[in-house]
Design a protein around this ligand. Structure first.
Ligand SMILES: Cc1cc2nc3c(=O)[nH]c(=O)nc-3n(C[C@H](O)[C@H](O)[C@H](O)COP(=O)(O)OP(=O)(O)OC[C@H]3O[C@@H](n4cnc5c(N)ncnc54)[C@H](O)[C@@H]3O)c2cc1C
Length: 459
């Protein structure tokens, strides 16, 4: 009989436990225990209802193009609760000299696929527009095989500095809470790096990929759940044997021997043949400190903080409510010198989030210093007021702080993960999963959990 400890009850660990349970029900000779340090499951996924508004504390959705999260939702019995984003309102803006400028139509990340919108946008200078369109005919030399470089350097080679500062910086900050000068092109933009090596020109590669895909207009960009992301967590938890889940049980020590893994916690210890650690890399490092090479590699993955500030306004009080732009929200380049790095117009992105008479704006920050909640609300209110000329106070606000929540896939990340894999293979039965290694998004975390469960059977 295989005995598996899953440590960490965020979506990665929950997915591992869910698929272990399925294997067990299908006759696999295994049992498992899920340890979670806090009093709730979901990790950074959390939804709150406040005054008819559904407020996401962490993620609000996932990318539809990556299938693993929606697959899990269907397997957990809530396929009918999947909620597509309102793509008819899909438009994202860049804050440019205090004004919101739409990201040109046809832009895929930083790669143009339509000439006319690029020629027309006031966001970019004429020389940048020519460089972007000319990349089709005269692309730079591709990155050497297995070499890595920063996102900024990769984008600069193809499209020039202005595309780095106006597009790559805010887009990457919006996804990773990170800095395009430090983030790895290979780890964060793998599809673009692959296209570069195949077609040299990113524009040519994007057009070719579009032709290959045909018309996929009907697929929504993002997917959420009718009752918010917490509904996903609750459904996955319901698919796990409740007798084997341990909330409020922080794992405090791990000891490996030829017999397997001893997992220690405040009230005792238990023995397992397999161990799935679904924790932030620095937490795994501290539990594995006896294995200094592995712990050093894990500690080498840097994290940034994330803070979400949700502000609710009443339309009848907000004089310019109807003048708020359509669209999903905006991104803020560092050159704008704001604390906010992005803001989502939640009421546009998904239906039924806050009633028709309310507007829900959700701002993202990566640093708050020592600011109190009240100071943060005032700060975001004033930054928004400068953009939209909002003159009324918010009805109410919610602030969630997620310290060290966003792993940074910096230059050399893939090699770091390869070294972690090599070092962890020395410790039989151990698997390290979660958002620190092979993908930050919820679908990637679900895939990691599923693969880990399957791997238990294979070993
Ligand atoms: C603000 C924010 C917005 C985001 N937006 C999106 C988005 O829109 N779409 C998207 O796809 N992704 C988004 N992400 C990323 C995505 O949500 C995360 O990468 C993913 O949820 C991480 O899941 P996880 O299980 O790997 O880690 P976590 O959620 O961090 O879970 C780890 C769990 O381990 C527990 N734990 C820690 N130490 C111990 C211990 N010693 N013993 C037992 N348990 C322990 C913790 O309490 C926690 O529950 C966002 C992230 C943040 C922070």
């Amino acid at each position: 009989m295989k005995r598996v400890a899953v440590v960490g009850g965020g979506i990665s660990g929950l997915s591992a436990a869910f698929y272990l349970e399925r294997l067990r029900r299908a006759g696999a000779q295994l049992d498992y225990t899920l340890f979670e340090s806090s009093s709730r499951f979901g990790g950074v996924i959390r939804t709150e209802r406040a005054d008819d508004c559904l407020i996401e504390a962490g993620p609000d959705s996932f990318l539809t193009s990556k299938p693993w999260a929606a697959d899990l939702a269907r397997e957990a019995g809530i396929g009918d609760q999947l909620l597509p984003s309102n793509d008819r309102k899909r438009k994202t803006y860049i804050l440019d000299h205090g004004r919101l400028v739409p990201i040109p139509d046809g832009l895929q990340m930083m790669v143009p696929t339509k000439a006319w919108p690029i020629m027309q946008t006031p966001l970019l200078s004429s020389s940048t527009k020519l460089k972007m369109l000319g990349e089709f005919l005269s692309p730079p030399q591709p990155l050497a095989q297995d070499a890595d470089e920063s996102v900024a350097s990769f984008v600069r080679r193809h499209f020039g500095e202005e595309v780095v500062t106006k597009l790559a910086d805010p887009l990457l900050a919006g996804i990773y809470g990170g800095d395009s000068d430090r983030l790895s092109a290979r780890a964060t933009l793998p599809a673009l790096v692959a296209r570069e090596s195949e077609s040299h020109s990113l524009v040519r590669g994007a057009l070719k990929a579009m032709r290959g895909r045909g018309d996929q207009q009907s697929v929504p960009l993002f997917t959420s759940f009718r009752n918010g992301m917490q509904q996903f967590v609750d459904a996955v938890v319901a698919g796990i044997d409740q007798k084997v889940v341990r909330l409020n049980t922080p794992v405090a020590s791990l000891t490996h021997s030829s017999a397997g893994w001893r997992v220690g916690f405040a009230s005792g210890a238990e023995d397992f043949s397999h161990l799935i650690l679904a924790l932030p890399a620095y937490s795994s490092a501290s539990l594995l400190s006896a294995y200094s090479d592995l712990a050093a590699q894990l500690n080498g993955i840097r994290y940034t903080d994330s803070i979400t500030v949700s502000l609710v306004y009443r339309c009848d009080k907000l004089r310019r409510c109807t003048e708020l732009p359509a669209g999903f929200g905006f991104l803020v380049p560092p050159s704008e010198k704001k604390k906010m790095i992005a803001c989502t117009f939640v009421h546009n992105k998904f239906d039924s989030r806050c009633g028709d008479d309310h507007v829900l704006l959700r701002a993202f920050l990566t640093q708050a210093g020592d600011a109190t909640d009240a100071q943060l609300v005032r700060l975001v209110e004033s930054e928004l007021a400068a953009i939209f000329k909002i003159e009324v106070p918010t009805e109410f606000a919610r602030i969630y702080r997620w310290p060290r929540a966003m792993p940074q896939y910096e230059v050399g990340h893939l090699e770091k993960v390869a070294r972690i894999n090599t070092a962890s293979r020395e410790l039989e039965g151990l698997q390290l999963i979660g958002n620190a290694y092979r993908g930050l998004g919820i679908p990637d975390c679900v895939r990691e959990g599923k693969l880990a469960a399957e791997q238990v059977l294979a070993t």
